[in-house]
Design a protein around this ligand. Structure first.
Ligand SMILES: [Zn+2]
Length: 500
């Protein structure tokens, strides 16, 4: 086998970083497992109640992060303070009345309104189109011979291949498909009526106001659906063989809702740079999580208490370095965002209303889940991190990432999830994506998923703080290199064609 010859440019990059390494490594020693644990214990503690966006728990977490930024001497990231606030809307259902073929259906016994579609309006129809599962993809077309445009369409819940866990991605694709085909209203036949517990009168939260033409989605019981299809008494499984097509049925639906305006925020602390202070390095992580269901708290220690803690710890380290005369040349922007779990809201809001110009933002280093070990990891599981995004937008990124790592932490930088086409689609699934979409080079640091992912058991006691410390140091060193090099990262690679 041939001897590996390093390209000259890479050798030079390594050399250039080695000079600054001595200084930065002295400061990196301040990043400790003990410090990380102390902060994460608060962030993922019971009093934060799982930090769901636009809830009191989220606001308590925001206040904690804000106070921390203030206490270490970061400047507020907005003219109005540390919190960049954005509106969140939530509708509540005041009234829902559904009549089919003259009989009045009972809420929660015969039907309910999907919380994703609380919208005020009145609808009438004389026919309902039954389209089996309502799926159209490469293998199935439940719409052949049917035109659902401006019609009420009725479909079976889920997908034919659902096991005990519904395939949420397929269901989302199907609902998007139904609205895309112009359905006037959607009726989903659901097995779980009568509801053991009313679904509640509060709808899902959202950030883009709905228009009056939004499509209502209601769920109805199997027996009501069977009556419409002329199969009185049929079970859900029997309806799978019902003939697709147009059924005569008179439907009248009235929904009245009220919209409540709530609020969430991104928390931003700034450390001004020296000779390049009009250019910016962003370090981000999301502080929101899933909140609580009834009394069960989803602590979100790894997701993404770990990234939030990382941002805070790196900020503190940069501040200490500056106090010793080693301030960053570029301005450091430390931002913990909310709304991530709802659909990357906080980073969407920031990148649509940037406080600092995105064209002057050299990089976003995003940490989302950096405290655990992927149980399926193949290499040195105590010494790795998955990195995503480095081969996009800037040909500088991966070179710097590698040279910094090689001269400091020597972690296994595992790029197996880097491809946006990877079935896990991690490239799309955290806040860096909104920056990349706007042309800002990004690196996403991620430990992979595990059995506690999005479960109440994602708790502080399961964090590997020694491994987390190594990862946070790597992000710190990389941020340091990017803050202090002569040039911003070149933007010489077009963003790949993205799907979302
Ligand atoms: Zn999550």
């Amino acid at each position: 086998m041939r001897k590996l010859v390093l390209p000259l440019a890479l050798v030079l990059t390594v050399g250039a970083f080695a000079q600054t390494k001595n200084k930065s490594s002295k400061f990196a020693e301040d990043i400790t497992a003990k410090d990380l644990k102390a902060k994460l214990t608060v962030i993922a503690g019971a009093e934060m109640e799982g930090r769901e966006t636009a809830t009191p728990g989220q606001k308590r977490a925001a206040a904690y992060i804000e106070n921390f930024f203030k206490s270490i001497g970061l400047q507020p990231g907005t003219p109005n303070g540390y919190q960049l606030k954005y509106p969140v809307y939530q509708d509540s259902l005041s009234n829902a009345a559904l009549t089919i073929n003259g009989s009045v259906l009972a809420l929660d016994k015969d039907f309910n309104v999907s919380p994703a579609s609380f919208i005020t309006g009145s609808w009438k129809a004389n026919e309902i189109i039954f389209a089996s599962y309502g799926i159209s993809d490469s293998t199935t077309n439940n719409f052949s011979g049917l035109d659902i445009k401006d019609k009420w369409v009725m479909v079976l819940d889920g997908t034919p291949t659902d096991g005990d866990r519904p395939n949420f991605r397929a269901i989302r694709a199907k609902m998007t498909g139904l609205t895309g085909k112009g359905a006037k209203g959607i009726i989903v036949i659901s097995k779980d009526f009568p509801k053991a517990k009313p679904a509640g009168l509060k709808g899902n939260m959202y950030i883009t106001k709905r228009t009056a033409s939004a499509t209502p989605v209601i769920n109805i019981s199997v027996s009501q659906a069977a009556a419409i299809l002329g199969k009185n008494g049929a079970a859900f499984a029997d309806l799978k063989s019902a003939v697709r097509g147009v059924y005569n049925a008179s439907l009248a639906l009235d929904i009245t809702t009220t919209t409540n305006t709530l609020e969430s925020s991104d928390v931003i602390g700034v450390l001004p740079g020296t000779d390049k202070k009009d250019e910016y390095v962003l370090v981000t992580g999301h502080y929101d999580h899933l909140g609580k269901r009834d009394t069960v708290i989803y602590y979100g220690a790894d997701d993404d208490g770990s990234g939030t803690t990382s941002v805070m710890e790196i900020a503190q380290t940069f501040v200490k370095a500056k106090a010793k005369g080693n301030g960053p040349r570029r301005t450091m922007v430390f931002m913990t965002v909310s709304g991530e779990e709802e659909g990357l809201w906080g980073s969407d809001y920031y990148t649509s209303n940037p406080v600092f110009p995105l064209e002057k933002t050299t990089v976003d280093l995003n940490t989302d889940m950096v405290g655990r070990i992927d149980p399926g990891y193949k290499g040195d599981s105590l010494n790795y991190i998955y990195v995503i995004g480095e081969d996009k937008l800037s040909s500088d990124l991966m070179k710097i990432s590698d040279s910094v790592n090689n001269s400091t932490m020597k972690l296994e930088l595992d790029r197996r999830f880097n491809d946006p086409k990877d079935p896990n689609r991690f490239y799309y699934r955290s806040d860096h994506f909104n920056f990349a979409k706007h042309g800002v080079p990004v690196i996403f640091y991620f430990n992979g998923t595990h059995k506690d992912y999005h479960r109440p058991t994602d708790t502080v006691d399961k964090i590997n703080f020694d491994l987390m410390t190594k990862r946070v140091k790597l992000v710190f060193y990389t941020a340091w290199a990017m803050a202090n090099r002569d040039n911003m990262l070149v933007r010489d690679i077009p963003l790949p064609k993205l799907e979302r």
